[in-house]
Write a protein that binds this ligand. Structure first.
Ligand SMILES: *Cc1c(COP(=O)(O)O)cnc(C)c1O
Length: 371
């Protein structure tokens, strides 16, 4: 392959579990000439990002910023900063990302209490209430939009239960962020992490996070050092909000330019319009897929608008059809994970990829392939 050819990958239509397609304005922002990461101009970019993240999360939290690494690093940031060895943590698990949180909790030296639900179902608050009678966790954590199964988790009741038990409420909003409503303050979420490459439609590699005053108090009262140097909020927070910004690490300047532009696009569209668009395109896809013989994995009231988990019709060649979609139509969709591998597809309609054209392109390609 020549150097030229290697640079020019084909323009894919991204309809998997992320990344999603990116607006040309965001691509252009990434090509902005670099500035130093402590340059006054760049500090303005960081301030813009903070303000727009607060708006998108509907929060006044001062400690709201983007971790310089993908969503999993946001997850780790929340857990390593809030947990100390010997603490208890209650993690709700109904898919891959609840399992990942559980793994991190154990690596923190904390005692893990799991509340499980079958993959494809939401967490039953009654089970959390029951579990809370036999433990006193420092935090209760749950995934808002479980990308491995397509389940949307209602948060308000779980938040109340966590606070009644004296625990912090921690939420994975990687896939829900900018695709469905998140009222961080009203729902009393204490720590939240998200990602850029899903419904925000920025390149992967950053993780917006936000912490309530209650969470900061827990951080301030730690008896032990945070075990991760890079993710230690007591240091990072001085980089993002100190009166005098000091060097902590070199911020990924180009990714931040892109993040600012993507957030700007969200503000221009308006949050509510964006949520409605995600829902409408999900409905359009749902009708088309029904005609082709696909059933949804998840009950209607818990379905994600941005990630459609559909059960494959009998006899459909999972890998073969996905390969043809990619090679002949440039369309990427996701396969199932874990026990659901080979049984479901995960079709993303996230951010820029949530459009009528995306839906119609996929349905037309599927009709042709499936004959
Ligand atoms: C994608 C995703 C993550 C991990 O984000 P990365 O950017 O891949 O590290 C975490 N949680 C959920 C729900 C996700 O969908």
């Amino acid at each position: 392959m020549s150097y030229q050819e290697a640079l020019n990958t084909s323009a894919r239509i991204l309809m998997g579990p992320g990344p999603s397609n990116v607006h040309p304005r965001v691509l252009k922002a990434m090509a902005t000439p670099l500035v130093g990461h402590l340059d006054p101009q760049f500090l303005e970019v960081m301030d813009d990002i903070k303000l727009m993240l607060q708006r998108a999360l509907q929060t006044q939290n001062h400690l709201t910023f983007a971790v310089s690494a993908p969503g999993s690093a946001g997850m780790e940031t929340c857990l390593v900063n809030l947990l100390e060895p010997g603490d208890e943590a209650l993690i709700c698990v109904n898919g891959v990302f609840g399992n990942r949180m559980s793994d991190i909790v154990e690596r923190c030296g904390a005692r893990l209490i799991r509340v499980d639900a079958p993959w494809g179902e939401s967490i039953d608050p009654a089970h959390v209430e029951q579990a809370l009678q036999n433990c006193s966790p420092k935090l209760v954590a749950v995934v808002h939009a479980e990308t491995s199964t397509g389940v949307l988790q209602p948060l308000e009741t779980l938040s109340e239960l966590a606070h009644e038990a004296g625990a912090l409420f921690v939420v994975d909003a990687v896939t829900s962020f900018c695709g469905t409503e998140i009222k961080m303050d009203e729902w009393q979420i204490d720590a939240l992490y998200s990602g850029t490459q899903k419904c925000l439609s920025a390149p992967p590699g950053l993780s917006p996070v936000s912490f309530s005053d209650r969470a900061i108090k827990v951080l301030d009262e730690r008896k032990t050092k945070v075990q991760s140097w890079f993710l230690d909020l007591t240091m990072v927070k001085n980089y993002w909000q100190g009166a005098k910004r000091a060097y902590h690490h070199t911020a990924p300047v180009s990714a931040m330019f892109a993040l600012r532009e993507a957030l700007q696009l969200v503000m221009e569209e308006g949050l509510q319009n964006r949520f409605i668009r995600h829902r409408q395109n999900h409905e359009l896809l749902r009708e088309g897929l029904k005609e082709l013989g696909f059933e949804f994995l998840v009950k209607p009231e818990y379905r994600l608008p941005m990630l459609n988990a559909v059960v494959l019709p009998q006899g459909l060649d999972d890998a073969g059809v996905r390969k043809r979609l990619l090679e002949e139509y440039d369309i990427e969709i996701g396969g199932g994970l874990g026990d659901l591998a080979g049984k479901i597809w995960r079709i993303g309609l996230m951010g820029e990829s949530s459009s009528k054209n995306h839906v119609n392109m996929l349905l037309a390609a599927l009709k042709t392939i499936m004959g």
